[in-house]
Design a protein. Structure first.
Lengths: 215, 260
């Protein structure tokens, strides 16, 4: 699926509470051997970064700051390294979240908000959990996908709101229309779990790896 | 729109997958890795794995086996059995599982739910609740370990679990387990519309129509055990799942339930 000859070092950030295992397993299936990075120094070698994440916003930020990864990630991304935030990892790319009090990485102009439904919508349960049809907008991250036929796995209680609609890379609907993926230049995020979405999976991760190699 | 999940529920015992009837008489049905691979091919929505010896023996989860399973699975995974601390849970998530189910440990120490939710987020904390009928036909929270339960009434116990931070409820009707006699719709009805977190109905899944009835009775997702493991009157082991067409129908039935 991917040209294994080209050497791109993909760092998967392990900051304590995330599901690094799933992402690493999937990258290996794509014949990419990622490095698992737990501290700032190890990130210097990385040509692309994957920031997976499940869990609470403040716990994630606290761990990134404590390990020095907060500054290191910002620096590598400023130097041009592509990044893909997954689920909480995407929310951490924003300025901050209604889930917590800490500031985020602020790599994309956006904030993370709680799902709020209007009256008469009480049947929408939180977390938004399961497989949802997703409108794929960004033609790089979603190369090979029909715009309207993708289905991805989501588990989240908060969602990202971009300042500028042009950064919205995919949308889905759960009571309200929300941002399913973001892209601002070489900064990407998916609210869904591309590593746990069956055949829909690999293509998103493969697209990111390909983009990272041509960055 | 969100699709209603249909979730095979597998019981692990040592290194094998077993199936029980009313939580008793575990019968070996196969190797977990093989079964996970079959469910990969069938593109199942999610898998729930419960280790049934870990709780009783008081032992820790078999992390090595869980890692093997996680590395084979293309679908979201929920694991339960022997998880007693946030550090156990964190370790399992790092292996590549998405959710942790807690049952007995929450009966012993309800605060565990809050610890897990605070540290890992509610979305990965599944409170598993076993319910059976007493001889007076009352529903009651059931403890495998035979201990006193902090709250006998299933609805009140779930209220407490949700207030502690559980992000999802796995409701097991013990009397229906492995029977393929249909979901306990009466039990489901008691939970209908009461909670904002998803409720996975489990125990008794029989026919496709039965699954649709469970959704109409308020289930937000369907846990299925024996029905996806056995085939025919002699209960021959044959791993199966719904067809894409049946899944679409389930999803349509669920969709109707979304907006009140």
């Amino acid at each position: 699926m991917i040209d294994a000859q080209t050497s791109t070092s993909i760092a998967v950030i392990d900051y304590g509470v995330n599901n690094v295992g799933s992402v690493v397993n999937m990258l290996r299936r794509l014949e990419v051997e990622p490095s698992i990075v737990r501290d700032a120094r190890a990130l210097e070698e990385a040509s692309a970064i994957i920031l997976p994440g499940i869990g609470a916003f403040d716990t994630g930020m606290t761990n990134l700051e404590r390990t020095g990864l907060f500054d290191a990630i910002r620096q590598r991304v400023a130097q041009g390294a592509p990044i893909l935030g997954i689920c909480l990892g995407m929310q951490l790319l924003t300025r901050g979240s209604e889930e917590g009090t800490r500031g985020g990485l602020a790599l994309i102009p956006a904030v993370t908000r709680r799902f709020v439904f209007e009256n008469g919508m009480r049947r929408f349960k939180i977390p938004h959990m399961g497989w949802n049809e997703t409108e794929c907008i960004d033609r790089d991250l979603f190369a090979g996908f029909d715009r309207d036929s993708a289905r991805f796995y989501y588990v989240h209680s908060f969602h990202v709101v971009c300042d500028d609609a042009k950064d919205v890379a995919a949308r889905a609907t759960y009571g309200i229309s929300f941002t399913a993926a973001v892209r601002a230049g070489h900064i990407f995020g998916t609210q869904f779990h591309p590593e746990k979405s069956h055949r829909f999976v690999m293509r998103v991760l493969a697209n990111f790896v390909r983009l990272a190699r041509h960055a | 729109m969100l699709r209603t999940r249909v979730i095979p529920v597998l019981l692990l015992r040592r290194h094998g997958v077993v199936k029980t009837v009313r939580f008793r008489n575990p019968e070996y049905v196969g190797d977990p890795i093989n079964i996970v691979r079959i469910f990969n091919d069938k593109e199942v929505d999610e898998l729930v794995l419960t280790e049934i010896t870990a709780t009783r023996a008081g032992s820790a989860p078999d992390f090595e086996l869980l890692e093997q399973i996680a590395s084979e699975a293309f679908m979201p995974l929920c694991y339960g059995g022997g998880v007693r601390s946030a550090s156990d849970a964190r370790r399992i998530l790092r292996l590549g599982m998405e959710k942790i189910a807690v049952n007995s440990a929450a009966l012993e120490r309800p605060g565990l739910i809050r610890e897990l939710a605070d540290e890992l987020g509610s979305q990965c904390v599944v409170a598993s609740v076993d319910v059976r009928r007493t001889w007076t036909r009352q529903y009651e929270v059931f403890s495998h370990a035979g201990r006193d339960v902090p709250e006998r009434d299933p609805v009140r116990w779930v209220e407490r679990l949700v207030s502690l931070g559980a992000g999802e409820i796995l409701l097991n009707a013990v009397d229906r387990d492995g029977t393929m006699k249909g979901y306990d719709l009466d039990l489901l009805g008691r939970f209908r519309g009461r909670f904002d977190v998803p409720l996975i109905a489990c125990g008794g899944a029989a026919s496709f129509d039965d699954m649709k009835r469970a959704i109409a009775s308020g289930a937000s997702a369907l846990g299925v055990g024996a029905r996806f493991i056995y085939e025919g009157p002699y209960r021959a082991v044959l791993v199966s799942y719904l067809s894409p067409r049946e899944l679409d129908e389930i999803h349509m039935a669920g969709r109707a339930m979304e907006v009140s």
